[in-house]
Structures are given as C-alpha cells and as structure tokens.
Design a binder for this molecule. Structure first.
Ligand code: HEM
Length: 496
C-alpha cells in the first residue's frame, strides 16, 4: 500500500512539474542484473568508457533511464550536467556510497564529504590553490631528472612503457609537495634495475605500490554500490595501515618543523602540510585532507600524461609540431631558459594538445550524483527529449563526460579523432568538462596543467623522435577511480 501511495504521489508531482519519462534501457533479468554484469564485463576487459559510448549509440539519445538494481538515469547532456553540478547544486550530492567506499583509506576530506563538512574542507584548501607557487617547477625538475635516470639508453634510443613511469613520477612529486617528503619510488626503481638493494632514503618507496593497490580496492568498493563494505580484504587493510603510517610520520615531522623552525626557514620551500598546520593542528584531519588530494591529483595527472603520449605516438606529425613549438619557446633540453607557469600557459599548441587529450580521454570518464530531494533534470523527457525528467530523492544520476566529449552533434564528424587544432579560438562551455564544473570544480586544474605541461615539455626537449612499439591501437583503460592507459609502449630517440 505504502509503495502504491508513494508511486502515485511521485507521478502526480511529475505531472505538475511538466515532467515526461525519458527512454528506458530495458533488461532481461530481475532488476537489471544483466546490465550490471555487462558493465562489469566491459570493466574487466578495460573497455568501460567505450561500453558507455556504445550504450549511447544504441539508445540514440543523450538521457535515458536504465534498470541497474533500481532505476538510475544516465546523461551526456550539457544542460543536465550543468543542472546537477551548478544550477541545482543543492538538489544533488556525492552521497554515502562514495564516502563509504573511500573512507577507510582516505578519511573525511574534500573528496568524500557533502554539505557542511565539504564546505569546511573547500574553504580550508582553496586558499592554498590560489597561490602562485602551487606548482613548484624546481621540485618538478628534480623528479623529472629522476624519471630520466630510469630510462635505459642504447645507441641514443630508449624502449619502455611510459604508463608506469608517469605513476611513479606523480607519486614522488605529489608526496613531496603535499607531505614534504617524497616516496622516491623512481630512485628506488632505478636502483633495483641496477640490481642494488634499497637502502635508508627509499624507506617509503613501497607507498606507491600500496597506494595503487589501495585505489584499486576503493574502485572495486565504489562499483559495489550499497554493499561496498563487503569488500575489505586483509591486503587492503595492511596497505591502509602503511599509507597512514607514512602520512603520520610526515605530519609529526611537519609539527616539529612548525615548533622549531624560524619563520623564514619554513618559507624556503612550499609544503602543503606546513600550510595546513597553520590552519588546524588536528593530525587526523590533516592526514585525511592530504590523502584526499593525493587521490584527486596523482592518478588523474598520471592519466593525462599517459594518454597524451598514447596519442602523440599515434600522431607523429603532432609530436613534431609540438616539439617545434616547445623548442621555439623554451629552447632544447640543455637550454638555460627558465620554464615558468606563465610561459607554459602561453604555449598555445601545448595547451591544445592537453585539452584535446582530456577531451578524448578525460581522467574521470564517468561520475555520479544522488538526488537529495525530489527534483528534475531539465532535459531528456518525452518522445523528443525536450521535457524535464522527474528524479526521486535518493535516485542516482550518472553522467559521462567521456561520452559527451565524443558526441558528434557537439564535436562534429571527426569527434573521435585526435585534432589539437580544433581548439584554436574555441570557447569552453558545459560540453567540455574534464575538471568538472560548478562549486565542486577541480581545485587543482592549474596545478595539473602546469605539472603535466612541464613534464611534456622536458620529454619533448630531450627526445626528438617517438615511435609506438605497441602493435595494437585499442584503448585499454586502466580504470580504478580514474582512467589511465594500461600501457604506452614506445621507443624514443634522444636529441643530440
Ligand atoms: C589532469 C588532472 C586532473 C583532472 C582531469 C581532474 C579532474 C577532477 C574532477 C573531474 C573532479 C570532480 C570530482 C567529483 O566531484 O566527483 C576533481 C575534483 C578535485 N580535484 Fe582534480 N583533477 C586533476 C588534477 C588535480 C590535482 C593535481 C589536484 C591537486 C593537487 C586536484 C584536486 C582536486 C580536488 C581537491 C577536488 C575536489 C573538489 C571538491 O569536491 O570540492 N585535481 N578533479
């Protein structure tokens, strides 16, 4: 009786608000279990984003409902995404599922909370991202040098898989920037490649692998929706313990620095942790916020770098054009010309290459929000899709920018081709959202583009040719919480 009454109430409200139902993707099994299994299969085959795209083609529309253990909505419609993220921000939240899935590893922080807790995190962290020194290029330079030490050069060429290279690089630079202490995974890797045993200074080198396993585990938990708590294996618990031990040791060091250092000494190098200690001295809160940012910033940037080189190896003309632009702007590798945030921004072709990579391969291909109250999506209902869609409190709306970024109606018939030139004179709107939009827009966008732009510049200065050694051109997504290419097999020639 209760179900019938609430259904009737929802139907009446939907009528009053002028809502119509969107197309429905049917299912053959109870509650749409077959849809869940099909998605899981695509995920295991590293093809989840393509699966979402194929679903869009199959449905022939940009918003639909799907049986997925309860009805959820899927949308690739800029107007709807703008509503969820900005104009109707109060009607949607990240919700308990994501929080629950991520909490054991990350704790409460900007990425895992809603409402007042999120507002508190955002106001604590935002001032840090407004600073000029947010991306410290001297720090990046040292880690890029460590990266090159891992390259094995034979007759001027190196052959390698760049995908793990970028994960080690971003781990080392992000931990130094956030925690004041690098994990030195690159130096440890170089030492072990030379057959040396890891010693003292590489004490935390395994944190990289542990964090990789940890993000994989939270990815599994996030996909399990409400029963995320069923997946909590011993290895995950051990990884969490060690990651927290690393963070706590860094925080204890930071607290000692704050007590003992003269003010001019702490200002020597920008450390995020030291800045947070000026605003709060709760070590658990600091640990949680730093780990939240590590998750938000590390894998995403590694993904951007990986997909950039995945594309460049398949477009040698773009590689050469970009290299010419970089050498013109910054000189060759040994040039003493400084590389600055402003110059990186001004190097238009470099920016276009990154924007085009993030269009075709956004680091967060799909995302979701839950309705906090009965509400609407402005578009997608009725036979022509022009009516609002009724969304019940608690219902999930999944949005995929991967699909939106490839829609032909928006990007033209070459939507799935890599063409950096399309960005010349193009204005950004809600149809392009690699960094999200609205009040929860990515805080690290400038940081990420500076860091990635710097790394791309240094690699192109140093290597004048790149060739792909992977016989396959299939996109394999290594997709836990974010997407990176599974492998980027290349051969690169060092410029003389
Ligand atoms: C290519 C690199 C990056 C991409 C594509 C990216 C993308 C995104 C996206 C899509 C979100 C929204 C997630 C959601 O609301 O569900 C987000 C949030 C966030 N990002 Fe980034 N990000 C990148 C790098 C970074 C970096 C380097 C940092 C920090 C150093 C960072 C810090 C954050 C933070 C703190 C949030 C949470 C904002 C909030 O909820 O208020 N991101 N990012």
């Amino acid at each position: 009786v209760h179900y019938a009454v609430t259904s009737a109430l929802h139907a009446r409200r939907a009528r009053q608000w002028g809502c119509r139902a969107p197309p429905f993707k049917g299912h053959n099994w109870f509650l749409g279990v077959d849809n869940v299994l099909a998605m899981d299969k695509a995920d295991k085959a590293c093809q989840l984003p393509q699966f979402l795209y194929d679903e869009h083609v199959e449905m022939g529309c940009s918003t639909f409902a799907e049986g997925f253990i309860g009805d959820v909505f899927i949308t690739y419609e800029p107007k709807n995404i703008q509503a969820i993220l900005a104009t109707q921000f109060q009607d949607f939240e990240i919700g308990q599922r994501r929080r629950g899935a991520l909490l054991p590893l990350l704790g409460d922080g900007i990425f895992t909370t809603d409402g007042q807790m999120w507002e508190h995190s955002r106001s604590l962290l935002r001032p840090q991202f407004a600073r000029d020194q947010i991306a410290d290029l001297t720090l990046e330079q040292r880690h890029v040098e460590d990266m090159f030490k891992c390259f094995n050069m034979v007759d001027g060429w190196t052959s390698l898989d760049l995908a793990p290279v970028f994960f080690r690089f971003t781990m080392d630079s992000a931990t130094e920037f956030l925690f004041g202490q690098s994990t030195h995974t690159q130096a440890a890797y170089a030492a072990s490649s030379r057959g040396e045993k890891n010693v003292g200074e590489f004490q935390w080198a395994d944190i990289g692998t542990r964090f990789d396993r940890g993000t994989y585990a939270i990815g599994v938990r996030a996909r399990m929706a409400d029963v995320y708590w069923l997946y909590y294996p011993k290895s995950f618990r051990e990884d969490i313990r060690e990651i927290h031990r690393f963070a706590d040791a860094c925080i204890a060091d930071g607290m000692n620095r704050a007590k003992t250092s003269a003010p001019e000494k702490t200002a020597e190098r920008y450390v995020f942790l030291d800045e947070l200690l000026k605003a709060t001295n709760d070590p658990v809160e600091i640990r949680s916020q730093l780990l939240n940012i590590l998750l938000a910033g590390r894998d995403t940037t590694a993904g951007l770098l990986g997909w950039t080189f995945w594309n460049l190896t398949r477009h040698p003309d773009v590689y050469q054009k970009l290299r010419t632009a970089i050498v013109e702007e910054f000189g060759t590798y040994d040039s003493s010309k400084a590389i600055t945030f402003t110059q990186l921004k001004a190097c238009s072709y470099l920016q276009y290459v990154m924007m085009e990579t993030l269009r075709l391969f956004p680091s967060v291909p799909a995302n979701a929000r839950l309705a906090t109250r009965n509400t609407t999506l402005p578009y997608g209902g009725g036979p022509d899709g022009s009516s609002p869609v009724y969304v019940k409190k608690g219902q999930e709306v999944t949005y995929s920018v991967y699909v939106m970024h490839r829609r032909r109606e928006i990007w033209g018939s070459n939507a799935d081709e890599f063409v950096p030139e399309r960005w010349i004179g193009r204005k950004l709107g809600w149809e392009y959202l690699p960094f999200n939009g609205g009040p929860r827009v990515c805080l690290g966008q400038q940081f990420a583009l500076t860091e990635a732009g710097y790394v791309i510049t240094k690699i192109l200065q140093r290597f004048d040719k790149i060739e792909k050694t992977d016989p396959s051109d299939v996109q394999w997504h290594n997709y836990n919480t974010t997407s990176a290419p599974k492998r980027v097999l290349v051969r690169m020639h060092q410029a003389s």
